[in-house]
Design a protein around this ligand. Sequence first.
Ligand SMILES: *[C@@H]1O[C@H](CO)[C@@H](O)[C@H](O)[C@H]1NC(C)=O
Ligand SMILES: *[C@@H]1O[C@H](CO)[C@@H](O)[C@H](O)[C@H]1NC(C)=O
Ligand SMILES: *[C@@H]1O[C@H](CO)[C@@H](O)[C@H](O)[C@H]1NC(C)=O
Ligand SMILES: *[C@@H]1O[C@H](CO)[C@@H](O)[C@H](O)[C@H]1NC(C)=O
Ligand SMILES: *[C@@H]1O[C@H](CO)[C@@H](O)[C@H](O)[C@H]1NC(C)=O
Ligand SMILES: *[C@@H]1O[C@H](CO)[C@@H](O)[C@H](O)[C@H]1NC(C)=O
Ligand SMILES: *[C@@H]1O[C@H](CO)[C@@H](O)[C@H](O)[C@H]1NC(C)=O
Ligand SMILES: *[C@@H]1O[C@H](CO)[C@@H](O)[C@H](O)[C@H]1NC(C)=O
Ligand SMILES: *[C@@H]1O[C@H](CO)[C@@H](O)[C@H](O)[C@H]1NC(C)=O
Length: 251
Amino acid sequence: MTQVGGVQSRCLGVTLQLIIAAVLHQGFATVAPPTTAHTTAPPHKDPGRPEKINYFVNNTYGTCLMASMGIQLNVTFSSVSQNKTVHGVMNLKPNFTKSSGSCYATNATLNLTTDVDKSILTFVFSLNTTSSKYHLSEVSLSAAWPDMKEPVSAANRSLDYLRGTLGYSYMCREEQTLNVAPELSINIFQVQVQPFNVTGDQFGAAEECQLDEDDMLIPIIVGAALAGLVLIVLLAYLIGRKRSHAGYQTI
Ligand SMILES: *[C@@H]1O[C@H](CO)[C@@H](O)[C@H](O)[C@H]1NC(C)=O
Ligand SMILES: *[C@@H]1O[C@H](CO)[C@@H](O)[C@H](O)[C@H]1NC(C)=O
Ligand SMILES: *[C@@H]1O[C@H](CO)[C@@H](O)[C@H](O)[C@H]1NC(C)=O
Ligand SMILES: *[C@@H]1O[C@H](CO)[C@@H](O)[C@H](O)[C@H]1NC(C)=O
Ligand SMILES: *[C@@H]1O[C@H](CO)[C@@H](O)[C@H](O)[C@H]1NC(C)=O
Ligand SMILES: *[C@@H]1O[C@H](CO)[C@@H](O)[C@H](O)[C@H]1NC(C)=O
Ligand SMILES: *[C@@H]1O[C@H](CO)[C@@H](O)[C@H](O)[C@H]1NC(C)=O
Ligand SMILES: *[C@@H]1O[C@H](CO)[C@@H](O)[C@H](O)[C@H]1NC(C)=O
Ligand SMILES: *[C@@H]1O[C@H](CO)[C@@H](O)[C@H](O)[C@H]1NC(C)=O
């Protein structure tokens, strides 16, 4: 009897360890980032999460590029008020952001301008017609914020972000950081974008990013561990019952 009990609790121990490991992993994944984010940008106060905005680029046939996301600019510049180099973090706000753009066979441009801060942000998507894949290939920014000693302009024409397949939209619920240049990175939130082959003004079926898929994995692992635990307890119970049964018979 006691031997069976020993086996049972050891199995329980291993399974519980698995579950605890999975839960801890999730806990660290969601808790750790905010603590580091708060300590890194002391000069300018944290503007919070940017609001999600819908952007349309229309041509004569209707909407040709659609995007929906929250955009946060992180620009390194020389500050007048602080007399030093700072990381300025600014959110694009719906009422103060205008969009325009253009669509061609193998490239599509989304051009965003902000009223107050005098920034022009441009995203260029490229389509590879051989592979039917698109990606964000270019980002440029020119900014003349009031606190800037001189205007900042940054561009990178060899990027490879937001990869998707023609006819589908690209989607990512998790925050992503686009590293553009030493003086510019862009944090995007809850992005869904379709730069080519938009039909009507609806997104095509979504292809979800790797980050989201990784996030889905945790509940699956926890679920599998719980199922395993139930199975082990059941087995231990059945074995225990059989043994004790045999035990009673010999007495
Ligand atoms: C572009 O098309 C969308 C969807 O039809 C519409 O909501 C939007 O107002 C249009 N934008 C412009 C600038 O025409
Ligand atoms: C802005 O960029 C700087 C330097 O790359 C980085 O240290 C900081 O964490 C970034 N801030 C945000 C809010 O992304
Ligand atoms: C700004 O900093 C530089 C050196 O860091 C110093 O020489 C200059 O006097 C400072 N200017 C002001 C207005 O504080
Ligand atoms: C943005 O515009 C909408 C309608 O044009 C208005 O109701 C809202 O108050 C504005 N928000 C801000 C923050 O100005
Ligand atoms: C997009 O394609 C058109 C036509 O091929 C070309 O004229 C234009 O320069 C391209 N734009 C970019 C940003 O590559
Ligand atoms: C983006 O918009 C700005 C201001 O409206 C304009 O000066 C610039 O030429 C546009 N750029 C593109 C690539 O459309
Ligand atoms: C397009 O994709 C094909 C197949 O993946 C690849 O061989 C080719 O180099 C790509 N072309 C460009 C311009 O990236
Ligand atoms: C893209 O659109 C063109 C014309 O609207 C259509 O012929 C083509 O089949 C579409 N491609 C995909 C992959 O949906
Ligand atoms: C452009 O982005 C790529 C990929 O992130 C990076 O390797 C490259 O250094 C960047 N170029 C410039 C001019 O910042």
